[in-house]
Design a protein around this ligand. Structure first.
Ligand SMILES: Cc1cc2nc3c(=O)[nH]c(=O)nc-3n(C[C@H](O)[C@H](O)[C@H](O)COP(=O)(O)O)c2cc1C
Length: 178
């Protein structure tokens, strides 16, 4: 898929058909993610591929808001960053997660980012138990690695809107200097 078409087509997908994601597709997504740029080429990002429905169900229960839909995804890729490799692990991991989503789109798969780092398990308890600690309790995440997000991926069960962002005449997000 041509890059600009890919960008126009990408949107967050939170409902999936039951069809599994082919191994070749997973390999291509990971290959793309591993090639993402990183500060000082520290390559601090790493990935955990989860396909087992029981485990995916547990991941979906990490928060009581905005993560339940993950249960129906056939594939989850956790995007992590090694704090010992880079002080910019979070930035590096965010770029990596974006690569995961764009690679999924290039393969005509839907995806959605579900944030982990810094998020509480319960919306009403911002200082309470953390989603990340909950995931660490049953996933083999090395101590130095932080979990930035889980990207849910699958064949999309939603019609895909095509979005074309116009370059605005006046928008405080874009300043074009004369
Ligand atoms: C840093 C970040 C965190 C996000 N966290 C969640 C989340 O926890 N749950 C969720 O359903 N979507 C999450 N999203 C998806 C956003 O809601 C979505 O990207 C946004 O609404 C724009 O929609 P679009 O992706 O279709 O363009 C997250 C996206 C980003 C970039």
């Amino acid at each position: 898929m041509e890059f600009f078409e890919l960008v126009e087509r990408r949107h967050s997908v939170r409902s999936f058909t039951g069809e599994p994601v082919e191994q070749a597709a997973i390999t291509r997504i990971l290959k793309a993610a591993l090639s993402a740029p990183s500060a000082k080429n520290t390559r601090s990002s790493s990935f955990m591929v989860v396909e087992e429905p029981e485990l995916i169900g547990r991941i979906a229960r990490m928060r009581d808001y905005g993560s339940a839909f993950v249960e129906k995804a056939p594939l989850v890729i956790l995007v992590m960053g090694d704090q010992l490799r880079s002080d910019l692990w979070e930035v590096n991991a965010a770029i990596s997660a974006t690569y995961v989503q764009l690679a999924a789109q290039a393969l005509e798969l839907g995806s959605c980012w579900v944030h982990v780092a810094g998020r509480p398990r319960r919306r009403e308890e911002p200082g309470g138990p953390a989603a990340e600690d909950y995931l660490r309790s049953f996933l083999p995440v090395p101590e130095s690695r932080r979990i930035l997000c889980a990207v849910a991926i699958g064949h999309t069960a939603e019609p895909a809107p095509i979005r074309k962002e116009e370059i605005p005449d006046a928008d405080d997000r874009v300043v074009i200097l004369p």
